[in-house]
Design a protein around this ligand. Structure first.
Ligand code: APR
Length: 305
């Protein structure tokens, strides 16, 4: 059984653990500085596995050395948003957590595929890379796959079709620089840009960009966790099963899309050793311009490590 280490057993981390062990995708270890809470959650989760007769294991620890033989490390340690905050507002607090976690991982395991959730995710992936100097193919920021799921949901509601009929694609930044792509989003195989007028598409785009903030405003404390954990477990499954699955993720670009030295969301194919390849969509000049602008905004954030 593959082993997944989840750093941060909060809302996103513990639900991710649940999804992974319940589907028997891997054995899971959760690691959190709040060791008692992590322990309580892992014991509770462990009990649920006998209900489902599933043989995966779930353990918790505060001992970081347990990451050493993990095939995948998921980082969900960090502060979530509060109402009124942007993901970028989390930068100063979360960068210290990512630095701490990255330094520990660096000395213990350079072979794992690392999936980062902590926001602002595109910048956190950059920080993780700077600290660890890990092979960039093994660093994946999860943001736009969640945004794609949200866009698909909103499109399905607008067009009154099942969500399984929608293949949505969002690239760019997991934040204001998010780019839901109507030309590449397919509904029953047809391009969304041919099914709705520009105004409707703009409304859906804006609702997708705002979806996380909308959820945060309703929750009052904390941010989304059901859809983020679903997106992570899907990604983990694709990696450990070496499925060659196509998704979108924040990855290091080295010339692709005319961009260099930046982590930003684009389509990729995933496998056992991380990113198998980056897929270059044929963007039109307007789409390309928006992507370059989004990347430009990211590059303005210089983070000293
Ligand atoms: N090492 C390990 N765990 C840590 C560390 C650390 N250095 N720092 C914080 N944590 C743990 C906390 O103890 C807490 O259990 O991270 C967990 C965060 O959990 P929540 O507060 O519930 O946050 P969550 O909703 O899970 O979001 C975590 O993911 O989606 C993003 O924006 C979100 O940045 C946020 C992150």
């Amino acid at each position: 059984m593959p082993k997944v280490a989840i750093i941060g057993a909060g809302n996103v981390g513990s639900l991710t653990a649940m999804r992974i062990v319940e589907k028997a995708i891997a054995d899971v270890i959760i690691i959190d500085i709040a060791k008692d809470i992590a322990r309580g959650k892992s014991l509770d989760l462990e009990d649920s596995l006998s209900v489902f007769k599933v043989d995966s294991t779930i353990k918790s620890t505060e001992d970081f050395s347990q990451v050493k033989d993990a095939d995948v490390i998921v980082i969900t340690a960090g502060f979530p948003r509060k109402p009124g905050m942007t993901r970028e507002d989390l930068l100063n607090k979360n960068v210290e957590i990512i630095k701490d976690v990255a330094l520990k991982i660096k000395s213990l395991n350079s072979k794992a595929v690392v999936i980062i959730l902590t926001n602002p995710v595109d910048l956190m992936a950059q920080v993780f890379h700077k600290i660890t100097n890990f092979d960039t193919k093994r660093i994946i920021g999860l943001g736009v796959s969640l945004d794609s799921a949200r866009f698909a949901n909103l499109v399905s509601q607008e067009l009154k079709v099942g969500v399984s009929e929608v293949e949505a694609i969002v690239i760019g930044v997991h934040g204001k620089g998010m780019l839901p792509l109507a030309r590449f989003t397919k509904v029953k195989g047809k391009a969304l840009s041919n099914l709705l007028d520009e105004k409707k598409i703009n409304d859906l785009t804006e609702a997708t960009v705002q979806r996380g903030a909308t959820i945060v405003a309703h929750l009052g404390s904390g941010s989304a966790y059901f859809a983020p954990s679903a997106a992570i477990s899907e990604m983990v499954e694709s990696i450990v099963k070496d499925e060659n699955g196509e998704t979108v993720a924040s990855v290091y670009l080295n010339g692709e899309y005319g961009l260099k030295d930046v982590f930003i969301g684009v389509p990729v194919r995933l496998g056992k050793s991380g990113i198998k390849n980056i897929i270059e969509l044929k963007l039109n000049p307007q789409e390309k311009d928006l992507l370059l602008k989004a990347a430009g905004e990211l590059k303005k954030c210089t983070i000293s490590v």
